[in-house]
Design a protein around this ligand. Structure first.
Ligand SMILES: Cc1ncc(COP(=O)(O)O)c(C=O)c1O
Length: 465
């Protein structure tokens, strides 16, 4: 029962329920969706935490041997089973041959990052030469801003979205300070309209149109960490560049979550981390993108020996032969153990493909949304019933896999009760609980179990009130 590409998730769920002659909330729908999921075997490539190992678990409420409901891939992706093997390969090499490992084996250490960079191409939609794997996200953001943000008396602003991730906010503030600029005047923050959570694209484009001549760099997140809003990156890029701005994106929550076409969209630069949807483990190796059109024009402001062309790098003559493009932004030798964990994950992405993952993701998150709306759409007659509101946009084009939920009852209580029952998600200030069913390793049955637990948690808060 293959859904048509144009079918909305809610229609798929209803069609399946009708075929099974049951209600859409029935467990059989979840089981059938899993049965028809061509990507379901990828779950086996990951370690899924067990209930008994979760620190906040209440063992009187769960079966200790059951899998947790892990909806936290938007923060830290699960561990691919091959990570250990790949790390052990390099530890073994180090133990056996020491420094010879730099040049030998499956991942010669001096080119460890280069060995796997090709696996990132299809995930971000770029040529290999437009991508570098290095450092951590905020470090890469700083390095890119040092090269792209060259303020002049007329063009001196950086445009960003309200409530950008704190690290991006601080990075921008400190870059402005580095140029001696007044933050109030130079940091142009676009806020949603009064009473709204989501930024409207027409409002973003209007600011670009009106103020673009004074904006040097537009730096948006690809997908907002709190609201889950997926920004229209091609439209922002086009509008910004038409006004002469450089346009860059922080793709922390977009990479491995939604399809990206950085090259075709003409994005000037981008950076991302790999520990969320790319499952490389905490503090994993981050990525940076500089469009091919800038290969010979935009140079790194800070240089190290790994920016020097490999063919002459080890001549040690201190005459810099800078590798063109983003590869020249690499400063130090690559951290091979971090390369290993990313390698294990990117190989899974290659097999699964972003296209297929996104297709599943739309249905998986759509199923979650359908069930939440079914149980918690506003029923004015019943004022005592707890309410759940989804602040993430409902159009699939405007979101990835994450939904951010707000509640009419205490978010803290709901979160704690979910945690006790083995739901791994997170809460973010001011009001949200973020839940992210990840298509690589979450099942439709996870969503079904989640909604039943949410129901029992909210029922118990209602009884207590
Ligand atoms: C949107 C966004 N930007 C930046 C960061 C900071 O990343 P890092 O600590 O890897 O520099 C995060 C971390 O979660 C993030 O979500």
């Amino acid at each position: 029962m293959e859904p048509s590409p144009l079918e909305l998730p809610a229609d798929t769920v209803q069609r399946m329920a009708a075929a099974l002659q049951c209600h859409p909330t029935d467990e059989r729908v979840a089981l059938q969706l899993d049965k028809e999921d061509k990507l379901r075997h990828f779950r086996e490539y990951f370690y899924i935490p067990k209930m008994q190992d979760l620190p906040p678990i209440d063992l009187s409420l769960v079966n200790k041997d059951e899998n947790a409901i892990y909806f936290l891939g938007n923060s830290l992706g699960l561990q691919p089973k091959m990570v250990k093997t790949y790390i052990e390969e390099e530890l073994d090499k180090w133990a056996k041959m020491g420094g010879y490992g730099h040049d030998i084996g499956k991942r010669p250490w001096i080119v460890g990052d280069e060995i796997i960079v090709g696996l990132m191409k299809d995930i971000v939609g770029a040529n290999e030469k437009e991508i570098a794997l290095m450092n951590a996200l905020t470090v890469n953001l700083h390095l890119l801003l040092l090269s792209f943000f060259k303020p002049t008396p007329k063009r001196y602003k950086i445009l960003l979205e309200a409530k950008a991730f704190p690290s991006d906010h601080y990075a921008i503030e400190s870059q402005l300070q580095l140029h001696g600029l007044n933050i109030e005047e130079s940091m142009r923050i676009i806020k949603p309209r009064e009473g709204e959570e989501i930024l409207r694209i027409e409002d973003i484009l209007e600011v670009i149109e009106k103020e673009g001549d004074s904006i040097a760099v537009i730096l948006f997140s690809g997908l907002h960490f709190y609201t889950g809003q997926l920004f229209n990156m091609p439209a922002i890029t086009k509008a910004g560049q038409a006004k002469g701005c450089f346009v860059g994106f922080d793709l922390a929550h977009a990479v491995g979550n939604v399809e990206l076409h950085l090259h075709d969209w003409g994005v000037d630069f981008a950076c991302w981390c790999s520990y969320k949807y790319l499952n490389s483990g905490a503090g994993g190796l981050a990525g940076a993108f500089v469009h091919e059109k800038h290969t010979h024009k935009i140079k790194p402001a800070l240089v190290g020996w790994f920016g020097h062309d490999l063919s002459t790098r080890f001549q040690m003559d201190n005459k810099l032969q800078l590798t063109p493009g983003v590869s020249g932004f690499r400063i130090s030798n690559p951290p091979i153990l971090l390369v290993c964990s990313l390698h294990a994950s990117l190989e899974i992405f290659k097999q699964a493909t972003m296209k297929a993952l996104r297709r599943k993701s739309i249905l998986l998150t759509g199923y979650l949304e359908y069930l939440i709306k079914h149980y918690y759409s506003k029923d004015k007659a019943d004022t005592k019933k707890p309410m759940v509101n989804i602040i993430t946009p409902s159009r699939v084009e405007d979101r990835g896999c994450q939904l951010t939920l707000t509640f009419s009852v205490s978010k803290k209580n709901v979160f704690q009760e979910l945690e006790k029952r083995g739901v791994v998600c997170d809460k973010r200030e001011p009001n949200g609980i973020r839940v992210a069913p990840v298509p690589l390793y979450n099942s439709f049955h996870d969503v079904y179990r989640f909604i039943n637990l949410l129901n029992s948690v909210l029922d118990s808060t209602q009884t207590k009130n």
